[in-house]
Design a protein around this ligand. Structure first.
Ligand code: SF4
Ligand code: SF4
Length: 410
C-alpha cells in the first residue's frame, strides 16, 4: 500500500495551514514534496500540513485498560453511544462543507477505542459514505495502545485504516510507563499487535512518549522499528492537570537533552537509512515552515463521548460547545476562553528565534500549564534549541551517504 489513495493531486506547500497535525509523523521519509514522493516507504506519505483539512478527535470511549503514568484523560467506563457517534460524524462533515474544507481527517481515539470497536466500524462506514456523497477526501487513523484481542486485530486489518500504536520501549521501560490498571505489563501485547498489523500491510506508525526512560532503551526501540520499517516519532511527556505520577515520570530539560544527545550520537555513528528528521523533535517540524504548532482553535474539533466539543483533547473537561449546535467550528474559532493557540510571531522569546517557523513555539496547553500564559516560548525551548541543529546535521550526513551510494550505483 504505497500512497494514500486520497492524494492524487498536488497542493501548494505555501498554504499557511501550519503544522496541522503533521502526519508525516506517519512517514519517516524526508520528502518535501506534495506527497508525490519517491521514498519507498510502504505507508501513507501524505503532507497533511499543506492541505486544508478539518480534523476531528472522536472520543470513542472514555475507558481504557491501561494506567499510563502521564495520561491526561480522566477515565470512566463510559463509551460513546451509537447515536452520538453518528451525529458527531454528520456534524464534522457539515462543518467541513460549511467552512470549505476538502479533506476530513478523523482520529478514532479515547480511552482505548478498540474497546468500542463496533462503533469505530459503523462510523468508518458512515464517514466513507458521506465523503463519497460530498466529494470530500477522507483520512482516518485509529490511536491505540495495541492492547486488543486477536479478533479486533483481524477486524482492524480488514478495515485497512491507518493505525497509530503507542510504544515507549520494547519491554520493561514500556511496562513502567504504560502498565495495565492492575499493574501487569503490556509491552508484549503492544508489540505483537504492531507486528501483526504491519505484516498484514496495515499502515502503522508508532508514537513514543519520552518520560525518563534511559536513552539505550529508546535506541533499542527505534532500531527495532527501523528494522521493521515502521515509522515513528518521539514526543516529550507533557505536564498536564491529571499527570498521575509526575515526580517519577516527568522528564526535565537537562535529562531530555542528555537522552536526545545520546540518541543522536548513536545514529551519527550508525546512520539509519530512513530519515529521522521528523522523528526526534517532539512537536516541531524541521521539514516545513509553519506558524502554528497544531490545529487547535482553527480547524480542530475534539468531540467527547457525550457529544461535547472541546478545543484540545487535554481540555475535554471544559468543553465549549456541542455537536448539536448549529456551527460549532465557528464557536471554536471565535472562542475566548480556555486554550489560545497563537501563531509563533505572537510568542515572546520566539519572535526573534531563528527556528521559529520550524518550531512554532511548542504546545500551547503545556506552555499555559507551566507559565500560566500561552504567549511565550515552550518549556522545552532549551531542549529544542540544543537538538535542532544536531538533528539537521544528522540528516545532512544521512543524505550525503544516500547520495554517494546512489552516485556509486549502490
Ligand atoms: S524560542 Fe524556543 S520555543 Fe520559541 S520558536 Fe525558538 S526554539 Fe521554539
Ligand atoms: S494544544 Fe498541545 S496537546 Fe493540544 S492539540 Fe495542540 S499540541 Fe496537542
Amino acid at each position: 500500500m504505497k500512497k494514500s489513495s486520497i492524494f492524487n493531486k498536488k497542493y501548494s506547500r505555501n498554504t499557511n495551514y501550519g503544522n496541522t497535525d503533521y502526519d508525516c509523523d506517519d512517514c519517516a521519509c524526508d520528502c518535501a514534496c506534495d506527497c508525490d514522493c519517491a521514498c519507498d516507504c510502504d505507508y501513507d506519505c501524505v503532507d497533511y500540513a499543506s492541505v486544508p483539512n478539518l480534523t476531528a478527535w472522536l472520543h470513542i470511549t472514555n475507558a481504557c485498560p491501561l494506567g499510563c503514568h502521564y495520561c491526561y484523560i480522566q477515565k470512566s467506563n463510559d463509551a460513546m453511544p451509537f447515536e452520538v457517534g453518528q451525529k458527531a460524524i454528520q456534524t464534522v462533515f457539515q462543518e467541513a462543507l460549511k467552512h470549505g474544507y476538502q479533506v476530513v481527517k478523523l482520529k478514532y481515539a479515547g480511552g482505548e477505542p478498540t474497546l468500542n470497536f463496533g462503533l469505530v466500524e459503523a462510523l468508518h462506514q458512515q464517514a466513507h459514505q458521506l465523503a463519497d456523497q460530498h466529494g470530500l477526501q477522507l483520512d482516518e487513523v485509529l490511536l491505540t495502545s495495541g492492547v486488543m484481542s486477536a479478533q479486533v486485530q483481524q477486524r482492524l486489518i480488514k478495515m485497512g485504516m491507518r493505525v497509530m500504536v503507542s510504544l515507549d520501549g520494547l519491554g520493561m521501560e514500556h511496562d513502567n510507563n504504560r502498565p495495565l490498571l492492575s499493574g501487569l505489563p503490556t509491552a508484549h501485547m503492544a508489540r505483537e499487535s504492531l507486528i501483526a498489523l504491519k505484516q498484514a500491510e496495515v499502515s502503522v506508525v508508532v508514537s513514543i512518549t519520552v518520560t525518563r526512560q534511559p536513552a539505550h532503551s529508546l535506541i533499542a526501540l527505534m532500531e527495532f522499528l527501523l528494522e521493521w520499517e515502521i515509522p515513528f516519532s518521539l514526543s516529550f511527556a507533557r505536564d498536564n492537570a491529571a499527570f498521575p505520577n509526575r515526580e517519577q515520570f516527568m522528564p526535565y530539560n537537562e535529562q531530555l537533552i542528555t537522552t536526545m544527545q545520546v540518541i543522536i550520537n548513536h545514529f551519527a555513528q550508525k546512520p539509519s537509512r530512513q530519515s529521522l528528521l521528523h522523528a526526534l523533535t517532539d512537536r516541531a517540524n524541521l521539514g516545513q515552515e509553519h506558524h502554528y504548532t497544531c490545529a487547535v482553535g482553527r480547524n480542530y474539533l475534539v468531540i467527547d463521548h457525550q457529544g461535547n466539543i472541546a478545543m484540545c483533547q487535554q481540555e475535554m473537561q471544559t468543553p465549549i460547545t456541542t455537536i448539536y449546535e448549529a456551527d460549532p467550528l465557528s464557536k471554536v474559532i471565535n472562542n475566548d476562553i480556555g486554550i489560545k493557540n497563537l501563531p509563533v510571531d505572537e510568542k515572546e522569546g520566539c519572535r526573534d528565534c531563528e527556528w521559529k517557523y520550524y518550531c512554532a513555539g511548542g504546545c500551547a496547553a503545556l506552555t499555559t500549564k507551566v507559565y500560566g500564559r500561552p504567549d511565550t516560548r515552550s518549556p522545552f525551548c532549551e531542549v529544542y534549541k540544543t537538538i535542532f541543529p544536531e538533528v539537521i546535521r544528522l540528516e545532512a550526513a544521512r543524505e550525503i551517504i544516500e547520495w554517494s551510494e546512489s552516485a556509486n550505483g549502490k
